[in-house]
Design a protein around this ligand. Structure first.
Ligand code: HSE
Length: 404
């Protein structure tokens, strides 16, 4: 019997207990022995809950129980999750987590502690919720040199952009509706400003490079400036707008960025709708592969945590290899990346002639219902060249990067 403890009995933590109970027989066959939840740590009590008798309020009870070998950290946030995870690993207890903030901030250190104490720090649920992506990067693609990752890694923003496209609504209206339905947080900043996707692409980039990419070093732009007009122009260009987390390895280094992109209808990420997530990976032998599914939610995320528990049961006393060193690597300056841009312009301030003079050979798109403005697509240019021109003219209402 493997005894586990759950830290935090919220949405994901209670989901972990549910998955372990609902699928107990299959999990026992796959793990090689039964997995039982011995303790649940939470500040609250849960009278009437089937696991009410397992609830404790003191972490030391779990730490000092030699029977407990696996800890599911589903608390979220940095503290006390960091202190508890560290203490558990130092005591040789494996930790399985859904906590992307903690993994992005302290992942390589916790992985080292796990290695030094013959246990595991596993984090499948930290990126893409229930979608297997950490394990494919760590196990399945070990014969590959991975050189590109492009993901829709945030369900809230993908839901908002999907509704803006389908209903022709503006950002504020859809955000309010998403909050009313409980999809978006009351404080949606981490999602809509791209910070959540930034942490997730920092984790995936670190696994791609085997070194640490810090999310603070990643250029991040959210979706708050995206308008309903952008979707009208995108439609005319056979495109749509998606918040992409991109990591591209080049000879000189790695470009990492989170930003809205206008992607073509042929892009495999074009059809990823609502709260779904997808990760598109390019590697040198396999070529393209894609991982798709529910990127958030109680049972999908809990299922990923439990898959890590099964991994721990299969590797007791042994550390599963994960190539992610503490050495930091800085992403390349995004200003040096080259791409095309979609631009919206105020006709009164920047007419088509002036736009052509400033940007070169541009492709114009007009909306019949908006005669005072127009859109255009620039030629391929470096971000810094685009910014230089943008600051030298008046009348630019917005811009979105293009990606095929
Ligand atoms: N807020 C996140 C999202 C939850 O919307 O994708 C999953 O990490």
């Amino acid at each position: 019997m493997v005894y586990a403890a759950i830290l935090g009995y919220g949405t994901v933590g209670s989901g972990v207990a549910e998955v372990l109970s609902e699928n107990s027989k299959m999990i026992a066959r796959k793990a090689g022995e039964e997995v039982s939840v011995k303790y649940i740590l939470d500040l609250r009590d849960f009278p009437g809950d089937p696991n009410a008798d397992k609830v404790v309020h003191d972490f030391n009870i779990i730490l000092e129980d030699p029977q407990v070998s696996v800890i599911c950290e589903t608390m979220g946030g940095l503290e006390p999750a960091y202190t508890f995870s560290k203490k558990a690993l130092l005591a040789g207890k494996s930790v399985c987590t859904s906590n992307k903030e903690l993994v992005a901030d302290h992942g390589p250190e916790l992985l080292r502690l796990a290695r030094e104490h013959n246990c595991n720090y596993l984090f499948e649920a930290s990126v893409g919720g229930g979608i297997p992506i950490i394990r494919p990067m760590n196990y399945s693609l070990t014969a590959e040199v991975i050189d590109g990752i492009t993901g829709i890694l945030n369900g809230t923003t993908n839901y908002i952009l999907t509704r803006m496209k389908q209903d022709g609504a503006d950002f504020e209206t859809v955000l309010r509706e998403a909050q009313e339905k409980g999809y978006a947080e009351r404080n949606p900043e981490a999602d809509v400003e791209g910070y959540d996707a930034g942490r997730k692409i920092a984790i995936l980039s670190s696994l791609m490079l085997g070194k640490t990419v810090r999310y603070e070093d990643i250029y991040t732009e959210g979706i708050t400036a995206i308008t309903r007009e952008d979707f009208l122009y995108a439609k005319k260009l056979d495109r749509t707008v998606k918040l992409l987390a991109v990591s591209k390895l080049q000879e000189e280094g790695c470009f990492v960025m989170v930003a809205p992109f206008m992607i073509s209808n042929h892009n495999p990420l074009h059809g990823i709708s609502d709260v779904f997530n997808a990760v598109f990976v390019h590697s040198n032998m396999l070529g393209d592969s894609m991982y798709y599914g529910r990127g958030a939610g109680k049972l999908p995320t809990a299922s990923a945590v439990v898959s890590d528990v099964v991994d721990c049961a299969r590797h007791q006393g042994k550390t599963v290899m994960c190539l992610w060193d503490e050495e930091e690597v800085k992403p390349l300056d995004y200003m040096l990346a080259s791409r095309k841009f979609f631009v919206r312009a105020d006709r009164g301030l920047l007419d088509e002639e002036k736009a052509r003079e400033a940007f070169g050979e541009i492709k114009i798109i007009k909306l019949e219902e908006k005669p005072k403005e127009y859109g255009f697509v620039t030629p391929l240019m470096q971000e810094k060249e685009f910014e230089r021109i943008r600051s030298s003219v008046d009348g630019i209402l917005g811009r979105i990067r293009l990606e095929d």
